[in-house]
Structures are given as C-alpha cells and as structure tokens.
Design a protein around this ligand. Structure first.
Ligand code: SF4
Ligand code: SF4
Length: 362
C-alpha cells in the first residue's frame, strides 16, 4: 500500500512540507540533499510551467532547518540555455536561499541496460545526494500525456543528451520505456508536487493555467502520478508511461493500493487533456493517424523567428527559411519544438492521437 497526501496550500506551505517530511520519515540531518524542481524552460512564476518559487522556498527552508546540506538544481529543456538563466527567470534562483547550482556542469556517465541507449549522461549530484527530493508540477504533456514525478527525472539528463535520447527513443511508447529506465537509475526519496497551479490542455509549456491551490506528496512517484491522473479525469492505466512503470514494479497504480490522506481525491471538473491524447480506440482516428504524419503546425502570426526550435529539434527536421519549415520525413513527433517555443507558435495538430498510433503501429 502506498500513501499520497493531498493538502490545501492555504493551510501554510511550511507546515505542510514539515508534515510531509514527518509522514514519510525523511531524515535530513547531515545528509546531502538534492532538491530537484521542474525548470523546463525560461517562463516566469505564475505561468504554471516551472515549479513555483514559493514551493521551492518552503522545501529548501524546511530542509535547511532539518540540517540538510541542500543543493537546488535541474537541467532545463533545450540545448542553448544555461540552467542559471532559466532558473533565474522562473524565480527559482531567488527562492533557493543561495543553494541553487548549475548542476549541468559536472556529469557522470551511467551504464544502463535500456534498449535505447548504453548510458545516461546525468548530473553528478544526482548520484552523490543521500536524499533526492523531487518537485514536479501538476501538468499535462503533449508527448507523455502527463508530466509528474516520473517525467520530472528527465531533468537528471544533462545538456544535449536530452535531444539524443528523443532521437533514440522516438515514439511515446519508446520514450516512456526510456524514462522508466532513467527513473530506476535514481528513484527519488520523496516527491512533493506543486499543485498551486495546474496546467491543462497542451502542456507542459503552452497549456491553460488553472488555480488549484494544492500540494500533493508521496514517497511513491507512480502512486503520486496515478493520483494526479485521476484528478485530471484520466485512467492512469491508459497513460503509457504509468502503465510501463507499473509493469516494472516501480510503484502502485491501482486505486485500492493507494491510500489518499488529507483532502479527498476529487476529479477536477472539465479538465482539458492534450489534443494528442485519446484513451478510446476510435477506428477513424487510428486510420487518420496511420495516413497522416504527426508533424507540429506553425502559427506564423506568433512566430518571431528566434530559431530556438531549429536548435532544439533532435532530428534535424526543422530549418528556418526564414520561418520554421519542418521536413516531415525526418520529424519523429517528439514535440520538443512545441514544448520549447517561447512564443507558443508551434502546436500539436488537431484531431490526432499519437498514443493510438504508437499502440497500433510502433
Ligand atoms: S516557432 Fe517558436 S521557437 Fe521556432 S522560430 Fe518561431 S518563435 Fe522561435
Ligand atoms: S520538428 Fe518538432 S516534433 Fe519534429 S522532430 Fe523536430 S522537434 Fe520533434
């Protein structure tokens, strides 16, 4: 049986974080502690993209008070941004009480039996930490449907290695399998999910933001993600990443194996899922997927021709001429260009269901 705590943030963040540490028996005195927020890209506080500064500040303060030797860090998405500049824009440097580090600078190569790569190039601090505290966000994701505790460990991977892994595991199923391989390298000790804001629709960067006002926590990342999925109105078993994690024994998925403590688990009314997700195998959608290529669509009126998408495309499928042009044959439908466009100018095509495409054809 796993336990997930759901608390209303207006009860006081510090008090909640303290209760969470006690509930899961997290000892920090004299320990090296890595606090791992989600710093996906350079978006400001309030955009619902990165972990909220107030959550980071509360966790860091509590961990310091409990005698932890704290480092805060993440490897943002994209290949051309320093993690410091990205974290500063997200308000996380200021929230880290002097403990923020550019963890991308020192990396280790970890051998793996993953079918997609021989090694993961990850930040050294991940393996050196006695305690890893994961701070995912309550968000949807156009590729993996949700981004939560398990997906947030993709930030272990440093620099350009992220793009390489997208290329080596180029579908929802393969990418989800690779994520589970990575998660096993260092399973975080505690997951505290920022649910102050939720992102619905086409997350993780350009969905709609909703006030939620919750903190969720568990020492079982899969149970936490499954609980988030249920609140979003999704059957967790239909999320490939979670189903694979469950098959591999990485935590609990089923409702009767997860004890929810604090606030009740209530589905959020009318929560919008990514347009790239469909849990029902409608034949016409499958046919449409098979015939169509899942290539992102450019909204020209929003594009400022900054070139970030060209830099971040792992497949070399995208060039600026002068606006982005995608070579469909090269595109692997990873949606990195959608996720990392600062203007929200790249969109997932409407009416497609890559999960069904993956299930049937890849
Ligand atoms: S689509 Fe986005 S990332 Fe690409 S050039 Fe236009 S604004 Fe920049
Ligand atoms: S064009 Fe976009 S979706 Fe296609 S491979 Fe490049 S980054 Fe991925």
């Amino acid at each position: 049986m796993s336990k997930v705590i759901i608390r209303r943030a207006d009860e006081g963040l510090r008090e909640i974080i303290s209760d969470v540490f006690d509930a899961f028996g997290v000892e920090l005195q004299g320990k090296k502690v890595l606090v791992k927020p989600n710093i996906v890209a350079a978006f400001p506080p309030g955009s619902g993209v990165c972990t909220s500064p107030e959550v980071v500040e509360a966790v860091v303060s509590e961990a310091l008070d409990r005698g932890g030797d704290v480092v805060v860090g993440d490897n943002p998405g994209g290949v051309d941004r320093s993690s410091y500049a990205t974290a500063e824009r997200a308000g996380i440097v200021a929230a880290s009480r002097g403990r923020f580090r550019n963890i991308s600078e020192q990396v280790v190569r970890v051998p793996t039996d993953s079918p997609y790569t021989d090694e993961f190039v990850i930040s050294r601090v991940v393996l050196e930490a006695d305690v890893v505290i994961n701070l995912p966000c309550f968000k949807t994701h156009v590729l993996t449907t949700i981004t939560g505790a398990i997906k947030n460990v993709y930030g272990y991977v440093a620099g350009t290695s992220k793009a390489r892994l997208h290329l080596q595991a180029p579908s929802r199923r393969r990418f989800s399998e690779m994520l589970c391989d990575l998660y096993r390298v260092r399973v975080p000790d505690l997951h505290i999910m920022d649910g102050l804001l939720a992102m619905e629709g086409n997350g993780p960067t350009h969905g709609r933001v909703r006030e939620l006002g919750l903190i969720l926590a568990s020492d079982d990342g899969l149970a936490l993600d499954a609980t988030m999925a249920r609140m979003m109105g999704i059957d967790p078993a239909s999320v490939k990443m979670l189903a694979i994690a469950h098959e591999r024994g990485l935590g609990e998925l089923e409702e009767d194996k997860i004890e929810v403590v604090g606030e009740p688990l209530r589905p959020i009314p009318d929560f919008a899922l990514p347009t790239s997700f469909s849990a029902s195998p409608a034949e016409q959608v499958v046919i449409l997927d098979k015939l169509g290529k899942l290539v992102p669509v450019l909204k020209e009126e929003r594009c400022v021709a900054c070139g970030d998408c060209e830099l971040n495309c792992p497949a070399g499928a995208l060039t600026l001429d002068p606006l982005p042009v995608i070579t469909a044959d090269k595109c692997i439908s990873c949606f990195c260009c959608v996720e990392l466009c600062p203007e929200g100018a790249m969109e997932v095509p409407e009416g497609v269901a890559p999960d069904l495409f993956d299930r049937m054809f890849r």
